[in-house]
Design a protein around this ligand. Structure first.
Ligand SMILES: *Cc1c(COP(=O)(O)O)cnc(C)c1O
Length: 349
């Protein structure tokens, strides 16, 4: 079988949620962000694991994700939609009991007119300039919106992964200015914000990447292992090239393994000649170009040809691989390909 195996440790996800929950005071609720199919790891399995661990509120990006999540979780847990209430979403929001985080006057109007009395939250822009209402806009509509009873006022930090960045304090001050005195539950922190400390926690935190073992939560338990089968090996003589465009040429008699995964599986072409795979604890350089379904690896130094090589595992975190690809762990996770055979580990002692 030339299918790579992606192992997802659900116990580690639950442990990461519990640890991030403990990082804030007991009165602070810890939600879970499971947008983009739980960062590529499979929203149904992941969300059920998190609900079992104790998460009662979930965030997704769009309403369709909320509908899928409701199917997986059943009634009860609250499902919040970060993109708010878009045209065409009303029936799903109503029928599946989803809670939109309203981002604009247009969305507020749509929501209060089409679903009066249906739960909602409000997203405020405190300096990121991405989603949410700006200060002046909010001031204008706040009295009227607060009367309609939002369940949550939230905002998002742009630079929480850089604790010393000046924007963190500025966004914190803006959030206070926009929400103090409302008496409503408030949320500012994602994974990075939790690590900035209690001043950023308010009533509810919204970790995502930390649950899945990614930076900036350096203490996270790793969640993902990705093991790629070796399809064949060959001897390559000095001067012979390997792969598209001959970007690697043997400088010594070499043994090259051809391995079953490529950029169609989310292994960025930026890894060409610039990453390592692992045979247990022995590193093996990726050589030549990453192609659509295959990569080539120098295994000259191995005593025996392994049946597979790991590209994510104990010796190479998602963030280490991201560094080689010039990207971030989030991008590695959400690009994990549909061809991998997914195996979930849970209930391990
Ligand atoms: C994605 C996202 C989160 C989760 O962020 P992480 O950095 O993955 O913890 C929280 N809140 C909002 C608004 C988001 O877009």
């Amino acid at each position: 079988m030339a299918t790579a195996s992606l192992t997802i440790d659900l116990d580690a996800i639950a442990a990461n949620w519990r640890a991030l929950d403990k990082a804030s005071a007991s009165g602070v609720q810890t939600a879970a962000v499971v947008k983009a199919d739980a960062y590529g790891l499979g929203v149904a399995r992941v969300a059920r694991t998190l609900a079992h661990a104790g998460a009662r509120r979930f965030f997704v990006a769009v309403t369709e994700e909320g509908a899928t999540l409701r199917q997986a979780l059943g009634p009860g847990p609250q499902i919040c939609i970060l993109s708010g209430h878009m045209a065409g979403d009303t029936d799903m929001i109503h029928d599946l009991d989803l809670t939109p985080m309203l981002n604009s006057v247009e969305q507020i109007t749509r929501h209060l007119e089409s679903l009066p009395g249906h739960p909602f939250g409000v997203q405020l822009d405190t300096g990121m300039n991405r989603l949410g209402m700006e200060e002046a806009e909010w001031e204008a509509v706040a009295p009227f919106v607060l009367e309609a009873g939002p369940e949550l006022l939230m905002s998002h930090l742009a630079c929480a992964d850089e604790p010393d960045h000046a924007l963190n304090e500025i966004q914190l001050a803006n959030f206070h200015a926009m929400t103090d005195g409302t008496g409503l539950p408030r949320s500012l922190a994602a994974t990075g914000g939790i690590l900035l400390g209690p001043r950023y926690h308010f009533d509810l935190t919204r970790p995502g990447v930390g649950l899945y073992g990614g930076s900036p939560y350096e203490a996270a338990r790793p969640v993902v292992t990705l093991s790629l089968p070796v399809i064949q090996t060959r001897d390559v003589a000095v001067g012979e090239p390997v792969g598209y465009s001959c970007t690697w040429v043997a400088e010594r008699p070499s043994v090259v393994a051809t391995v079953a995964a490529g950029y169609a599986d989310g292994l960025s072409r930026g890894l060409s000649n610039n990453a390592v795979l692992w045979d247990g604890d022995t590193p093996c350089p990726l050589i030549g170009r990453v192609s659509m379904d295959l990569i080539t690896v120098d295994v000259t130094h191995l005593r025996a040809v392994p049946r597979h090589l790991d590209i994510i595992g104990p010796n190479q975190s998602i963030d280490a691989l991201a560094g080689a690809a010039g990207t971030i762990g989030y991008n590695i996770l959400t690009a994990l390909g549909p061809r991998y055979a997914r195996r979930y580990v849970e209930g391990a002692a």
